[in-house]
Design a protein around this ligand. Structure first.
Ligand code: FAD
Length: 291
């Protein structure tokens, strides 16, 4: 099957992008790694593809000068993967090798992954866990939305058809932070059957004062919970398993499919969550962040 006919434009300014999207029958084209298959299968028939890659400011990335790492809308995943400054956001570095394959990351964008909002995608989960901020421009002006509020369901966000995501800012890591990331997929590069992302912060004395855990591939969107109290159960994987098993029963609600039942996904989530929280806690206490 081939895509239905469409017009293609590549405006030079953000104002021109918004003008092309006005009316709501256009679609933003970033890396095209998700959109082009959608068009080829005729699951979408936009009148116009609005390519955002010619707008200079959307190609910017780097430290924002306020404890954040900012990534513009046209910045490819591969660019971030190889940017030394992105190492200051350890979860992005940990997750990036699992986002499809190298060839896909050479074209796919970080903001495109957020805007596409696949429930099993890694980068929206990282953004939710870190409380990243998503910048959106539209006919009513610009706004900044917390990642957890930005994604509203499977392939669904608060960005309307006339809006464009212009950037996302991830908080950089600091002293006392520790992180964990793991996913189970049938083959490397596939979307995850279940995955977890977590961050733990400890005081100078080693006490846990903040911890968040995000599951992905387990519901209609990435699900984040404050797990500071959960870590009172102990620090080993075995100590944490009863609590993560209980959490799995509460939040894993993806229906079973040919790849695994809901019960199987709950078990994956519980095992991965206990293991990664334990690792993140040890990393935080030992000042190692990720290793
Ligand atoms: C075989 C295969 C395997 C994959 N595996 C994974 C995986 O394991 N994990 C994973 O996370 N992803 C995976 N992907 C998808 C990933 O490669 C895409 O890069 C990503 O989901 C979308 O990014 P993109 O820049 O290509 O967006 P596009 O394909 O250009 O756009 C995707 C959607 O988002 C919208 N959009 C894009 N940018 C913006 C913006 N700035 N503002 C508003 N709307 C926007 C588009 O209109 C479209 O609806 C896979 C894709 C393929 C083909």
């Amino acid at each position: 099957m081939k895509a239905a006919p469409f017009a293609y434009v590549r405006p030079p300014t953000l104002d021109d992008v918004l003008a092309e999207l006005a009316g709501g029958d256009g679609k933003v084209l970033a890396g095209g790694q998700s959109l082009v298959p959608v068009l080829a299968m005729r699951l979408g028939r936009p009148a116009t593809l609005v390519d955002v890659t010619a707008v200079p400011e959307l190609g910017e990335h780097g430290p924002d000068g306020r404890s954040g790492y900012r990534v513009g809308a046209s910045v490819r995943q591969r660019v971030v993967e190889h940017d030394p400054a992105a190492q200051d956001v350890p979860l992005v570095s940990m997750a990036m090798p699992f986002v499809g394959h190298r060839e896909l990351r050479s074209r796919g964008t970080v903001c495109g992954s957020l805007a596409h909002a696949d429930p099993a995608a890694e980068l929206p989960a990282v953004a939710c866990c870190l409380d990243a901020q998503v910048e959106v421009a539209g006919p009513g002006g610009t706004r900044t939305v917390a990642a957890q509020e930005f994604v509203t369901g499977a392939m669904s966000t608060t960005a309307g058809p006339e809006d464009v995501v212009t950037a996302v800012t991830f908080p950089t890591a600091g002293p006392g932070d520790g992180f964990g990331f793991a996913e189970i997929a049938r083959r490397h590069g596939d979307f995850a059957l279940a995955g977890v992302v977590c961050r733990v912060h400890v005081t100078e004395a080693g006490a846990v004062d903040a911890a968040a855990l995000t599951g992905f591939g387990i519901s209609d969107r990435a699900v984040t919970r404050d797990v500071t109290a959960l870590l009172a159960a102990g620090e080993s994987e075995d100590d944490l398993r009863p609590a993560t098993t209980e959490l799995a029963a509460a939040i894993v609600d993806t229906g079973g499919d040919t790849h695994g039942s809901t019960g199987y996904r709950r078990r994956l989530f519980a095992v991965l969550a206990a293991r990664e929280l334990s690792r993140a806690l040890h990393r935080a206490r030992e000042g190692r962040t990720t290793r």
